[in-house]
Design a protein around this ligand. Structure first.
Ligand SMILES: [Zn+2]
Ligand SMILES: [Zn+2]
Length: 201
């Protein structure tokens, strides 16, 4: 009898735990926004004010970009005519913790590049961007930094390749590329205390 009760107890706690795990997995899945849904919605919004985006061939979620929020690149046929556009959006923007507006601003920005004569941020693109700002309220200025999107997220940056350290005060200076100070730190002095410098990475 006790054995059966124990088995029942174990079975019930197993059920409870597994439903917790399933719940957690479902929650994780729902954190990601559906890019296609948003793009469709944004296309409709543009059409509603008379802007006709080009043919979108592929939608890609970019998981590697560090500084880029989105991109729109044309695809050409053998004769050099544009047959459509590929749009990619930074995965970070699909996170539900990021304001929806940031994602939509980026999508609209890229969709505008697919309009006629809008590959660059010049005249025609600028005109449409202004129209979108006036009529739909999207601020899709060229600058891709987070402050222009009203979001405070940090895109993880690459760790510096080289690090120079002051032997006296310990101040460190990081450099992404090779330079004179990277090659010959002994020729330079610390900006803070004029101490001798050494390369530690
Ligand atoms: Zn752009
Ligand atoms: Zn120093």
């Amino acid at each position: 009898m006790i054995g059966i009760l124990l088995a029942k107890k174990i079975f019930l706690s197993f059920l409870r735990n597994s439903s917790k795990i399933i719940h957690r997995i479902l929650k994780q899945l729902s954190i990601m926004r559906d890019l296609k849904e948003y793009v469709t919605h944004c296309i409709d919004e543009l059409k509603s004010i008379g802007i006709e985006p080009g043919r979108i061939l592929t939608l890609e979620i970019n998981t590697r970009a560090r500084k880029r929020w989105g991109a729109c690149s044309p695809e050409y046929d053998e004769k050099g005519n544009i047959i459509g556009y590929n749009i990619s959006i930074n995965k970070l923007l699909l996170d539900e913790k990021i304001p929806e507006k940031a994602l939509k601003n980026t999508i609209i920005h890229e969709l505008l590049h697919s309009c006629k004569g809008c590959l660059t941020h010049k005249n025609q693109w600028k005109n449409l961007a202004e129209k979108v700002r006036m009529e739909l309220g999207y601020d899709i200025r060229r600058v891709g930094s987070s402050d222009h999107k009203g979001i405070a997220i940090e895109i993880p940056s690459k760790p510096p390749k080289y690090i120079i350290r002051c032997q006296s005060c310990g101040e460190t200076y990081s450099r992404k590329r090779k330079s004179k100070v990277v090659d010959h730190p002994e020729l330079y002095r610390c900006g803070k205390c004029k101490g001798k410098l050494e390369r530690v990475r």
